[in-house]
Design a protein around this ligand. Structure first.
Ligand SMILES: [Zn+2]
Length: 121
């Protein structure tokens, strides 16, 4: 291996590192507290609730029921009729882009920012 190629490789590695660092920074910075949750059932919007108000909602679908609790600015699935119960075991969420998913009931709860972001369509 001649020196020129080595230098070229080093530059390539440096560029790759820089790009991945930059991407990481963008992701880290864009992680912000969401302002509302959008609930979808079967891929269609079911409801949206602000994270600022404590509430408990029962999401009723043809597949079953999911209990969504919003408390202290976090959204959490506390109960569900689905057989696997995976959604109940997921951690509560409050950052834009995070979501709770119940595959058997086809229910998703996604945190979005307050600037009218529409995640559907
Ligand atoms: Zn579930």
């Amino acid at each position: 291996m001649d020196k020129k190629k080595l230098l070229h490789d080093l530059i390539l590695i440096a560029v790759c590192l820089f790009v991945s660092l930059a991407l990481w920074a963008v992701v880290a910075l864009s992680k912000e507290k969401g302002e509302l949750v959008v609930v979808t059932v079967n891929g269609e919007e079911y409801a949206r609730y602000p994270l600022s108000e404590d509430r408990e909602e029962i999401i009723v679908s043809e597949n079953g029921k999911n209990v969504l609790v919003i408390k202290d600015g976090y959204a959490d699935m506390t109960d569900a009729t689905c057989p696997d119960g995976l959604c109940v075991r997921q951690h509560r969420i409050n950052e834009s882009g995070e979501s709770l998913v119940c595959l058997p009931n086809k229910v998703t709860v996604t945190v979005v920012g307050g600037d009218g972001v529409d995640i559907i369509g």
